[in-house]
Design a protein around this ligand. Structure first.
Ligand SMILES: NC(=O)c1ccc[n+]([C@@H]2O[C@H](COP(=O)([O-])OP(=O)(O)OC[C@H]3O[C@@H](n4cnc5c(N)ncnc54)[C@H](O)[C@@H]3O)[C@@H](O)[C@H]2O)c1
Length: 325
């Protein structure tokens, strides 16, 4: 396949590029480096430094290449920032993407795989694993911007203008087995990043945001999926879509969850010592339990994840954290 991959200088896009290239596919990354790092783009990928909404640049790229499909990762990802600046999130995650897809459609490029988020489900009730057809109630501007783009793609699909696969990621974690890529963001609220930084003394302590939720140990429970398993999901749906697969929505998670305290304890086991931690206030709109019902994807593609192991997820993240300054 010849793949046009937006956001490939970022965390998940770079891992997916590595996975696709390893399987012999051709990858062209479009990234404006607003949060990405060009060093994460695999050497064998073509790199095109551009905003996805730059009409002239993107049209020229489309004129000169014949892509089979789009994997769209580009966007902004910080929930807290989106609460402060919702317009920016609407612009980057919806308006710019919409413009980009319109240019692609003009060139007959109409197969789209889109990175959405479990955040579109909003407040999950009753501690049940969410299914793709459960009610959607995004509770922050980041999730709303993703939801808006989902709806846009589904409408275009209904009008038979495109085929799209929407992937709703749960909590993406870990790093490449050869340490070629990993999470490289500043001021991240990502729990596993914070745990690794604390382990390496880049951070003084871990703040547990709330320990009075109605969960087994009072701390929120999340479904952590290793980034390389998620990358492989893109390979699977890419090949499916290339063979004329149909428009669909899939949850991407392991279908089981760990609490914040369990994650910290597992890292303490790896380190063989305790980490400094304190209990802080709950985060606004944080939900107690977010775990995927992943049966739809598993059954459709006979998917067996390779890295469904918290210990491995943490060790790979720690190795990456050691590598970066
Ligand atoms: N990380 C997660 O846990 C998670 C969970 C759910 C969904 N997602 C989604 O997955 C996608 C990738 O997330 P990530 O964690 O790799 O984020 P990231 O910030 O590491 O990567 C995003 C990349 O997109 C690029 N980009 C942003 N706006 C652009 C634009 N207008 N034009 C060109 N490039 C642009 C950035 O420079 C960056 O390289 C995002 O769409 C995000 O919403 C991520």
């Amino acid at each position: 396949m010849n793949i046009l991959l937006t956001g490939g200088a970022g965390y998940i896009g770079s891992h997916t590029s590595l996975c696709l290239i390893e399987k012999g596919h051709t990858v062209t990354v479009v990234d404006n480096l607003i949060t990405g790092n060009v060093n994460l783009v695999p050497k064998k990928a073509n790199f095109f430094n551009s905003d996805i909404s730059d009409k002239n640049k993107i049209k020229n790229l489309l004129k000169e290449n014949k892509f089979d499909l789009i994997m769209h990762f580009a966007g902004l990802v910080k929930v807290e920032e989106s609460l402060k600046n919702p317009e920016k999130y609407n612009l980057y995650n919806f308006e710019k993407a919409k413009a980009f897809f319109d240019y692609c459609l003009e060139f007959g490029l109409n197969k789209i795989i889109f990175s959405s988020t479990a955040g579109v489900y909003g407040k999950i009730k009753d501690f049940k694993k969410v299914k793709e057809n459960d009610k959607l109630e995004p509770s922050n501007p980041y999730a709303s911007s993703k939801y808006k783009l989902e709806k846009y793609l589904l409408n275009l699909s209904k009008e038979k203008k495109i085929k799209s696969i929407i992937l709703r990621y749960f909590n993406v974690a870990g790093a490449d087995k050869e340490n070629r890529s990993g999470l490289d963001v500043k001021d991240s609220n990502n729990l596993i990043k914070a745990v690794c930084e604390t382990a390496l003394k880049k951070r003084d302590r871990i703040v547990i945001n709330g320990d009075d939720y109605e969960t087994k140990d009072g701390t929120p429970v999340r479904d952590f999926i290793h980034v390389s398993d998620l990358a492989e999901i893109h390979l699977i749906v890419g090949e499916y879509m290339n063979l004329n697969g149909e428009t669909e929505i899939y949850n991407c998670g392991y279908g089981s969850g760990y609490s914040v305290k369990e994650v910290i304890t597992e890292m303490e086991k790896i380190l063989k010592h305790n980490l400094k931690k304190e209990i802080g206030p709950r985060r606004k709109d944080d939900i107690p339990y977010s775990v995927a019902n992943n049966i739809k994807f598993k059954e459709k593609f006979n998917w067996v994840p390779k890295y469904n192991n918290l210990n491995y997820i943490l060790k790979s993240a720690l190795e990456w954290e050691r590598k970066i300054k």
